[in-house]
Design a protein around this ligand. Sequence first.
Ligand SMILES: [Zn+2]
Length: 277
Amino acid sequence: MIHHFTVGDLSCAVISDGQPRPPWEPPLAEFFTPATGVPERELSAAAAGRTTLTCGYNCVAVATGAGTAVIDAGLGRGFTGYGPALAPLYGRLADGLAEAGLAAWETAAVVFTHLHEDHTRGALAAFPTASGFAHAAEVAYWKEATSLPDVRRRPALDAIAAFGDRLREVEYGEEILPHVHTVDAAGHTPGHTAILLRSRGERLLCVGDSFYDPLQLAHPAWRTPWDHDAERSVRSRRRLLAWAADENVPVHAYHLPFPGLGRVERWGDAFAWRPGL
Ligand SMILES: [Zn+2]
């Protein structure tokens, strides 16, 4: 699945690495649990009969003027971590790039919002000459987290090793490529980074894993088991959503249903998701 669009002068495309359909959609109750501050009754009331989450893997390709940059790279081919039945559902990014006329081997840059495997694994072998970009705190965290089990660190370490000298460690508030800016979205991981595309007065805010489901706009305090620092993730989510709503900045959300593009509106003390740009 490919969705072409523009941000000012920038040609962009959302390219899906995969999006499981029923019966393979993950249960909402795995994302929002009593341990992450969401009592079962509150979840079922808010979800209004829905029990699963349509989890997209929406990579963004953008022609930057310094070559094509890909923002997050999906799970890649041959990923069996969610069970063998789901493996064929992922790993479409490279084919999608080719279909869009953007050969993976010509890709100039891969920009990681963070180093979880569903964002990095697709980049391990596909982009042999591309530069990688990840926040310095993200790289440092995974390198230094020796107390974590190897299975949790391995995907990040593999990505760091795969890019080697081609990996650039960045900070928040940098223009890392022409028209591509980093924005503080820390909390989900220590260096979780939103990416702001800006050209000719138009913008797109790619929020990475700042939320997984529109339920987290209506309930910004809802966390998931994958949020490293729960309170910081909530603060970042509220700040990014308030910015997007108040300045009407179009948003790209990696895990929302393809293509994951929409607008944010204020809704009482919380927010609402309006799909489409
Ligand atoms: Zn993710």
